[in-house]
Design a protein around this ligand. Structure first.
Ligand SMILES: [Cu+2]
Length: 153
């Protein structure tokens, strides 16, 4: 018993310190490592259709640590924003792509604007759990219904 007990204690400490590290990941400061560690072969694609004046779906639940491609497709007649400053700080962004046009690599953005018939693709890993709001900042679009919830669990 005396020989087993220190081993049990040691493994408990490993488990407990591993948990602490997982909960305190900084999505911006540790972005490169978080992005590199994600399994991009199992990327889940989620598409949000943007129109006057809505996001469909307007609630999405993301799993922390998983690789995602969020497609923002503007099928409306006007340009629209996908403004979600707190959400962008809660994720590790790999890149943002305008298909066939270019891509941006940056620690995080504040807002994305999608032109009529345009598409932007956000490749990211959700990190900090919580509920975040996304909305359109153009004129009264938010009041008219351009608001959504992005949840990380
Ligand atoms: Cu709008």
């Amino acid at each position: 018993m005396n020989r087993i007990f220190p081993w049990a204690l040691a493994s408990l400490m490993v488990v407990s310190s591993g948990t602490v590290i997982a909960e305190t990941l900084d999505p911006i400061a540790q972005r490169e490592k978080i992005v590199a560690d994600a399994n991009w072969k199992e990327t889940e694609t989620v598409t949000i259709t943007i129109e006057e004046h809505s996001y469909t779906p307007n609630k999405i639940v993301f799993k922390a640590g998983k690789a995602y491609k969020l497609v923002l497709k503007n099928e409306g007649e006007k340009k629209h924003y996908f403004t979600a400053p707190e959400f962008y700080l809660a994720i590790s962004t790999r890149k943002i792509e305008a298909p066939n046009q270019g891509e941006i690599k940056a620690p995080h953005v504040i807002a994305l604007e999608v032109m009529p018939k345009g598409t932007l693709e956000l490749y990211f890993v959700p990190v900090t759990k919580g509920n975040y709001t996304t909305y359109c900042t153009i004129e009264d679009h938010r009041k008219q219904g351009m608001e959504g919830v992005l949840q990380i669990e």
